[in-house]
Write a protein that binds this ligand. Sequence first.
Ligand code: SF4
Ligand code: SF4
Ligand code: SF4
Length: 303
Amino acid sequence: MALIRDAPGRSLIICAYPSFGYIMKFGKKSKQPGVVALREKGVISLRVKAVAGIISADQLEALAKTAREFGQGDVCTTARLNIEVPGIQQADVPDATAVLSEAGLVLGSTGSSVRSVVACKGTVCRHGCYDTFAMACLLEEQEGGRPLPRKLKIAIAGCPNNCSRVQFNDIGFMGHRYPRFDEDECSRCGACQLVCKEDAIAVDDEGIIFVSDRCIGCGDCIAVCPLDAISIAEEGLTLYLGGRAGRAIRLGTEVPGSIAENDVPALTQRIIAYFAENACDGERFGQMMDRMGEDRVFRELGF
Ligand code: SF4
Ligand code: SF4
Ligand code: SF4
């Protein structure tokens, strides 16, 4: 290992592990994506990106083969839906990686980069307001693994039930669908009142009372109405910025307004480019927002 001084008070340390390409810069490790050191010296875990948690049957077989041949015979999931094969000797990393790569699996979601996009199962879930799997794959293809001053996490939820906890991510998108009532088509069956958990709807012989302030845009009343008396008044995504979990929890700040589904990829690109340009080394998005001021960040991002 060599220690090289490159500026007063800062050190660039290069470690001689050719198979890993370890580079420690400014005292921080930046290693091969997807290789996670474990407690036992010389033993690692390989992290496979499972965008939106989707893995094919063939890929599961490759993971099983890797775990049997190189690991300890099991795999585990991370909190962000990725899959790890623990218990691999460092010397076996190239061979184990080859088995995974052959099945189209990609190592990653580690280090200072855009981590695997997390999505709820809104694509198949009856509450989903849009195709969350497709959105996650699109964002992953566009931004996944991009090197940044600090890790950046993206999560998307199909509806306000928020199964993917979007406010705990640097960038979070949550689908919504707000109702419009057509009293002429309504039979006063009361199904919409029953399904609304926010008590935003009251149905009586006179008609429907809709308390819009209570409505969170889950869209359940639209889906349950048997007579098409409820249509979509507005649908889109709510954006949250600057959230994080872990040691220092910060809930993402809600950006006013609604984002059209088609605008999400370009907007995400703009937000990440802004982060890359403005964040200090080691700073998460929320820390950058707190340092620069939310108003300024929102204004410069065009919100
Ligand atoms: S957030 Fe909504 S759409 Fe997504 S899984 Fe949960 S209930 Fe379904
Ligand atoms: S969209 Fe959801 S919260 Fe709003 S009125 Fe309908 S059921 Fe209630
Ligand atoms: S579910 Fe539809 S038909 Fe039934 S009360 Fe509500 S709006 Fe009217």
